[in-house]
Design a protein around this ligand. Structure first.
Ligand code: ADP
Ligand code: MG
Length: 663
């Protein structure tokens, strides 16, 4: 349903909603609050010190405003509640003065100090509403919480009918309320119990759908016939013996798993789960080599062009002694070059093609594809799994996913239940742990001194500054400012450049190249560099506003350094003192340990790194908090599938179609 069906949504609001991925009424209704404020008015005598409360009060005095500094003012007045008179202070709300007229009733939100008889308000509301539960939504520029509430109220008036994916048998078994009721109550709960009921329904539904897809894929995969490949194991061994390093035990095991799968009759569907820097690429390369020896083409997909290029270069190195034709398919190719490459893929001239997902999905029809590898799988969701199979590629190609999300094994087995799992836990022992330090912004000098030390040694530095890509202008300014500051600090003598998502592909690649060959010494960047990139000479990672990133992301970012035997450093700059979360980064370099801590501290935390990472980020469920529900949903969906109860049900047909696997 179109958003303009909702009154109160004009073109301007629609644009803003689009920014937060709301395009339809359905998107809007499933934009859930992330928490609630329980608004319950109390008498001022009941107020506890240091506890936020809501007090209905009457303004008694004129309002005084003191302008203390630029952007800093204090508004104060006297009010009464329940025959008690007290002082109210609120900061930076000088504009409220005109509304605070004597005798007006207002709602004060804030904390009361009985000793001083003063109330420090964080907000004052003039709409004296009843006690209620206020839903709180994630917001974006130009969108206030009250706007979302108002829009939602209008949307709920529409005759909407959202599909209820929970089968009746489970709705009954768990006493779940209907989907439409749940949608209404999640946005407009009257009681805490309303929140609980609606959350339970929506969480169960979300996890049921997820596990349904996983189990469905698992079923299909089990049945899937593959190509039984044969290759000369001696040649593979020669290849391994010629590597410039010794494989770690876990790399060896993963390779063994993969080669076994290739030789077996059923189709391989394997996830190689290993921390950053655990050496997953070489595992993939051995698979490609064996696949080549068997006479089949391979496709290697990367999430970004930069990464695709890097893989291309390392494959060229690894395969230099062999007559293996490698193609690189990226957006920066000319139309002509692209067509030529497609043709070579099509007629079998190219043995291995590396490219971004988009391109490989677009036009490539393979001659005889035998292996598809997806790097950095954690950026994609279950709906994208095996997408390639459907696009003109035979369904029997073996599939490998590489993922750098080190999550506890039990979780991995459930949420990746459709895949076989190889874990790489050990890291190449040439690695030195990256020395990590959390530094308060006011002590930035310490970081600058350390940076200078590294530069003197001829090393290079990554600097990361969080930038919300949506709201570019403002934030680009802050990145530019950072560049200026660094230029000043280093007397303009050090080549510094900025890499961000808004640059054209060509520009990004150019910068990466200049960083790779050492021309640029400091690369300031947004999280564009998060995945995969390998710059052995970069020995320091400085992350500003580190508190804004989740642990998984910080760990991924830190993994960009320490990629050779030089000692590397990571500085996490923040203005939040005693940040327990960031301390975890100082304690450990082990992604599995960090993810355990992440789970402990913030539920699923940002387990899956970047927020937009496919459909692995749930709208309402939280993998840790709701783990029991997940396990139940797993069992339930298995039963439901096994009994084929979903067959002929258009709801589930849509689901299965979405994962590209209609049989
Ligand atoms: P990731 O798992 O993060 O993708 P890569 O495959 O990019 O890691 O490997 C990181 C670096 O470690 C590469 O430069 C690679 O050549 C090197 N490497 C991989 N395996 C080993 C090993 N067993 N011993 C030493 N170095 C290794
Ligand atoms: Mg990698």
């Amino acid at each position: 349903m179109n958003l303009n069906l909702v009154s109160k949504i004009g073109p301007k609001t629609e644009k803003i909603l689009n920014k937060i991925n709301i395009f339809t009424v359905e998107d809007l209704l499933t934009y859930y609050p992330y928490r609630y404020n329980v608004i319950k008015f109390i008498n001022i005598d009941e107020a506890k010190e240091n506890e936020t409360c809501y007090v209905l009060a009457t303004v008694l005095s004129d309002v005084k405003v003191a302008y203390i500094k630029r952007n800093f003012n204090r508004l104060s007045f006297i009010a009464s509640n329940n025959n008690k008179t007290f002082n109210i202070t609120i900061f930076n709300r000088a504009f409220l003065k005109k509304n605070l007229t004597v005798n007006r009733e207002v709602v004060l939100i804030g904390k009361y100090n009985p000793l001083k008889n003063s109330f420090v308000a964080s907000d004052i509301k003039f709409n004296v509403e009843d006690e209620r539960i206020e839903p709180i939504y994630h917001l974006t520029e130009g969108l206030k919480n009250s706007n979302v509430e108002a829009i939602m109220t209008e949307a709920l008036k529409i005759k909407y009918d959202l599909p209820d994916y929970v089968p009746d048998m489970y709705n009954e078994k768990y006493n779940l309320i209907s989907k439409n009721d749940a949608i209404k109550l999640i946005h407009e709960p009257k009681t805490i119990n309303d929140i609980k009921k609606s959350e339970l329904k929506l969480i169960y539904e979300e996890l049921f759908v997820y596990m349904f897809k996983i189990n469905y894929l698992k079923q299909i995969n089990k049945k899937a016939e593959g190509i039984q490949k044969s290759f000369d194991m001696h040649l593979v061994e020669d290849f391994l013996n010629n590597l410039s390093f010794r494989l770690t035990t876990d790399q060896e095991t993963a390779i063994k798993d993969i080669l076994n799968d290739m030789q077996s009759k059923s189709r391989m569907n394997r996830l190689v789960l290993g921390d950053v820097g655990s050496g997953k690429t070489v595992v993939a390369i051995v698979a490609i080599f064996a696949n080549y020896l068997s006479g089949y083409q391979s496709a290697f997909m990367a999430p970004t062009e930069i990464l695709a290029k890097q893989h291309y270069e390392s494959l060229q190195n690894y395969f230099a002694p062999y007559d293996i034709k490698i193609g690189l398919l990226t957006g920066s190719l000319t139309k002509k070059a692209k067509e030529k490459l497609y043709e070579q893929i099509n007629n079998g001239e190219i043995d291995v093609v590396i490219g971004t997902h988009a391109l490989l999905n677009e036009g490539a029809a393979f001659h005889n594809i035998g292996l598809v590898i997806t790097d950095e799988q954690h950026r994609f969701g279950v709906n994208q799994r095996n997408l390639l199979q459907n696009k003109g590629i035979k369904k029997d190609a073996d599939v490998i996913y590489l993922s750098a999300t080190p999550i506890p094994r039990t979780y991995a087995l459930t949420i990746y239940g459709d895949l076989d799992l190889s874990q790489i836990k050990t890291k190449p022992n040439t690695r030195k742990d990256i020395i990590t330090k959390v530094v308060l912004e006011k002590n930035i000098r310490e970081v600058l001194v350390a940076m200078l030390e590294e530069l003197k040694k001829g090393h290079q530095i990554f600097v990361v500054s969080p930038l919300i890509e949506q709201n570019d202008e403002l934030d680009l300014n802050s990145v530019n400012l950072l560049k200026e500051k660094l230029n000043t600090a280093f007397n303009e003598r050090v080549p510094i450049e900025i890499l961000h998502g808004k640059l054209k592909q060509k520009e990004k690649d150019g910068l990466m190249l200049r960083f790779q060959n050492g021309e640029i010494k400091i690369l300031i960047s947004t999280t564009v560099i998060e995945v995969g990139i390998d710059i052995p000479n970069a020995s320091m990672m400085v992350i500003f506003n580190a508190e804004r990133f989740g642990l998984a992301t910080l760990h991924q970012l830190r993994g960009r350094v320490g990629r050779s035997d030089i000692q590397s450093y990571c500085y996490l700059v923040t203005n939040v003192s005693d940040n327990a979360r960031l301390k975890v980064m100082e304690e450990s370099n082990d992604g599995f340990y960090i993810s355990e801590k992440d789970f402990e501290q913030r539920g699923q935390g940002d387990l899956f790194g970047v927020k937009q990472s496919g459909d692995m980020t749930f709208k309402i469920a939280n993998l840790k908090r709701d783990y029991k529900i997940l396990l139940q949903a797993k069992i339930d969906s298995e039963i439901y599938l096994a009994k084929s109860l979903f067959k002929g049900n258009s709801l589930y047909e849509n689901l299965t179609e979405k994962i590209n696997f209609l049989d």
